[in-house]
Design a protein around this ligand. Structure first.
Ligand code: FMN
Length: 242
């Protein structure tokens, strides 16, 4: 049985919660167990901005973040959900995402599919879903589908096609085809790792990513691959020169 961790980021168990429980029910038909973690049931402190996690590998704050990150890294898939607040994710979720910053430098979720979900009265859905997907990319994970609802369609049941990519990616992450933008992101992170050295460089070379076009073996459009290669080579030569 596959295990999915779903993050719920509203104080109340209402619109987003209902969508999550619906998704949980649908996924159980595919032998996928979903555990919902409500961020308001735990303690997540604000990032201090000290960069200890990036430079020394561990956060100095003691709360539930480490255990959440551990759970996410052990899961077969992740659902990131949020109500739309002021046309973006909720502050609680942003606080937690900030605390995962070391995963931007040393991605720990490579090859893991992430489904993103947001609910809103009417505005901000597109940018909120887009932001959540960009978080998945920054984690090195696979953005594997979006579910969004407004006040007009909140009653619409979850369609199979909204979950199909997420389910497929859990079984076959190698069928993922990164976009040109995602390949450029990878090259940027790769270049940063070699520029910053230390923990980052060690981690990237241990993973073998400094010699690869992407985190996981997957389908890559040859033109995009070439563009990303040129971009990465250029970036590293600029960084070396500076
Ligand atoms: C602080 C706050 C900010 C909100 N901002 C927006 C917004 O920018 N656009 C919008 O259409 N709805 C907005 N809403 C409405 C919520 O996005 C919407 O009701 C959502 O489905 C709530 O999810 P929940 O029931 O899971 O808490 C806001 C609600 C709150 C409480």
């Amino acid at each position: 049985m596959k295990k999915v961790i779903a993050i719920h980021a509203s104080k109340r168990k209402a619109n987003t919660w209902k969508m999550l429980t619906q998704i949980r029910e649908r996924l159980s038909d595919f032998d996928i167990e979903v555990e919902i973690i409500s961020l308001y049931d735990h303690e997540y402190k604000d990032c201090l901005g000290c960069e200890a996690c990036i430079l020394r590998g561990a956060c100095v704050l003691i709360d539930d973040t480490e255990s959440l990150m551990q759970r996410l890294s052990e899961a077969d898939g992740i659902i990131l959900s949020s109500p739309v607040y002021m046309r973006q994710i909720s502050g609680r979720l942003k606080t937690c995402i900030d605390r995962t910053c070391k995963w931007y430098h040393r991605p720990a979720l490579a090859g893991k599919p992430v489904l993103v979900l947001a609910t809103t009265k009417g505005s901000g859905l597109r940018q909120t879903l887009k932001y959540l997907q960009s978080v998945a990319v920054q984690w090195g994970a696979i953005p594997a589908g979006t579910v969004g609802r407004t006040i007009r369609d909140i009653g619409n049941p979850i369609a199979d096609k909204e979950l199909s990519r997420f389910i497929r990616m859990m079984d076959r992450p190698s069928s993922f085809q990164p976009t040109c933008g995602q390949l450029l992101d990878f090259e940027t992170q790769k270049s940063l790792a070699s520029y910053l050295g230390g923990l980052d460089e060690e981690y990237w070379s241990q993973k073998g990513w400094n010699r690869q076009p992407y985190y996981i073996p997957c389908r890559i459009n040859p033109i995009n691959r070439f563009v990303a290669f040129l971009f990465g080579t250029f970036l590293r030569s600029v960084m070396k020169g500076g």
